[in-house]
Write a protein that binds this ligand. Structure first.
Ligand SMILES: Cc1cc2nc3c(=O)[nH]c(=O)nc-3n(C[C@H](O)[C@H](O)[C@H](O)COP(=O)(O)OP(=O)(O)OC[C@H]3O[C@@H](n4cnc5c(N)ncnc54)[C@H](O)[C@@H]3O)c2cc1C
Length: 425
């Protein structure tokens, strides 16, 4: 999946100061750690490694934060993507607890990053999970009971249909779950702030330096780009949904998919999200939305599973938005763009030591705003001798997609399209 840089139609891009242009890798450079990818994961790792005095360089194929990290919905979710009860069944109560604690640490880490490095990224609290079918009430009730009882997490409460209608400004939902520990932010401001902080700590950031291959030389891995070579002791693969072709195992287990967002002109409707929280619904192809500080609606909904984006992204997402907010039929869409994220078959992140000196962290399956910056920190811990988190994460099931490298696309398109269809039933 090619990343050509910050998408032209992005409201995020239109609302940040022009970032500095970083050099591309030229000739031979030697560092201790070479990182592929300048998103939340790669920048998070670079920041932590540099802060420890480790010589580290990031190779980014386009510009910093121009992948999913600078294009996403900015929604802050609680926990792992797999619900804690399922994790407890799969891995046992202790491991599930550790994974829950890890995700809560990730939230604390995110808030710490923002505070410590003075990253002004419009961070706001609160997220509502709205039920498009009544049957989701039971799931969320069970979830709320479980996390309260097992983990003492008391920031969730159930809302009935009338309360959700008041919170969201639409009566299409049957109720929902309010999570005071969730929230939202401007992801490109966060990514660019992390890049700045990593540089200040001493990391070297290269842009327009696509890694075409990894050579396993005797002296250590060498990352090859069109104009240079980065020699290192350890490689961190942090290219997520844009990284196809560098490692066969990653390609087999991590699948890129595209998701789309629009932004409207400023709204005159105070009934929509009066408390400025984020919202997401229970559909398989999830709709998610929130307001921007200048009172626009930022709405994400719709995905595709091809290497191409649809021609009319705005039209496609607007159709989904109008099913929830028909009152916005006269409101103009001012921005629309797409991005590529990475999923795994199980929806667990794919974090693995692929060899003694190559580690990957990818496939957050739509939950990377909180997890990815923190997983960068876990990569740093693994490199500096503490493999415990990586070992725990390696126990999460992330099997290869059906059909192998060549046939996984048609197999997955068929599978995902089936679930997308179920949303409408
Ligand atoms: C439209 C959209 C909406 C989303 N909404 C949310 C949300 O609301 N909440 C949430 O939690 N998550 C959301 N996500 C997912 C979230 O954005 C990702 O999980 C997260 O940003 C992953 O960060 P990353 O650093 O691993 O990957 P990325 O940010 O994608 O960064 C990877 C970088 O690696 C670079 N790269 C790849 N291969 C190479 C190579 N060979 N050489 C050099 N560079 C390379 C790419 O150019 C890219 O910049 C969304 C994603 C999308 C696309």
């Amino acid at each position: 999946m090619q990343n050509t840089g910050h998408p032209a139609g992005s409201w995020y891009r239109a609302t940040v100061d022009t970032p500095p242009v970083r050099p591309r890798l030229e000739g031979d450079v030697t560092v201790e750690v070479g990182i592929v990818g300048g998103g939340f994961t790669g920048l998070g790792a670079a920041l932590e490694l540099a802060a420890k005095g480790i010589r580290v360089a990031v190779l980014e194929g386009a510009d910093m934060g121009s992948g999913a990290s600078g294009r996403n919905g900015g929604q802050i979710h609680t926990g792992q993507r797999i619900d804690p009860e399922t994790l407890a069944t799969q891995l046992g109560a202790d491991a599930a607890r550790q994974l829950w604690d890890m995700a809560e640490d990730a939230k604390t880490h995110l808030h710490g990053l923002v505070a410590q490095h003075g990253i002004d990224c419009d961070l706001r609290p609160g997220l509502i999970h709205a039920w498009h079918k009544p049957r989701f009430a039971d799931d969320d009730q069970a979830y709320a009971d479980f996390v309260r009882r097992q983990y003492g997490y008391d920031k969730v409460s159930l809302l009935d249909a009338a309360e959700v209608a008041t919170e969201l400004g639409t009566d299409v939902y049957h109720g929902g779950l309010f999570d005071r520990g969730g929230g939202h932010l401007h992801p490109l401001k966060l990514a660019l702030g992390m890049a700045r902080a990593a540089e200040t700590a001493g990391a070297i950031l290269f842009e327009h330096s696509n890694v075409s291959r990894i050579e396993a030389a005797e002296s250590g891995p060498i990352l090859h780009t069109a104009h240079g070579r980065l020699r290192c002791n350890t490689v961190l693969l942090c290219g997520n949904g844009y990284m196809e072709g560098l490692d066969d195992t990653v390609d087999a287990c991590v699948m890129p998919i595209n998701n789309f967002i629009l932004v409207t002109e400023p709204l005159n409707d105070p009934a929509i999200l009066p408390r400025d929280v984020a919202a997401a619904d229970s559909r398989f192809v999830v709709n998610y939305w929130r307001k921007t500080p200048d009172n626009r609606l930022l709405f994400g909904g719709g995905e595709n599973y091809t290497p191409w984006f649809p021609k009319d992204i705005a039209g496609m997402v607007r159709r989904n938005m109008l099913k929830i907010y028909p009152q916005l039929s006269d409101v103009a869409v001012t921005h629309a763009w797409g991005g590529t994220l990475a999923i795994t078959l199980s929806r667990a992140p794919f974090v693995r030591r692929l060899s003694r000196n190559v580690v990957v962290s990818a496939g957050y399956s739509g939950q990377g705003v909180v997890l990815a910056p923190y997983f960068g920190k876990l990569l740093e811990r693994a490199i500096t001798g503490d493999d415990r988190d990586i070992e725990l994460l390696s126990r999460l099931p992330a099997p290869a997609f059906f059909g192998g490298r060549l046939l996984r696309w048609p197999a997955m398109v068929a599978g995902l399209s089936y679930y997308a269809l179920r949303d409408r039933l």
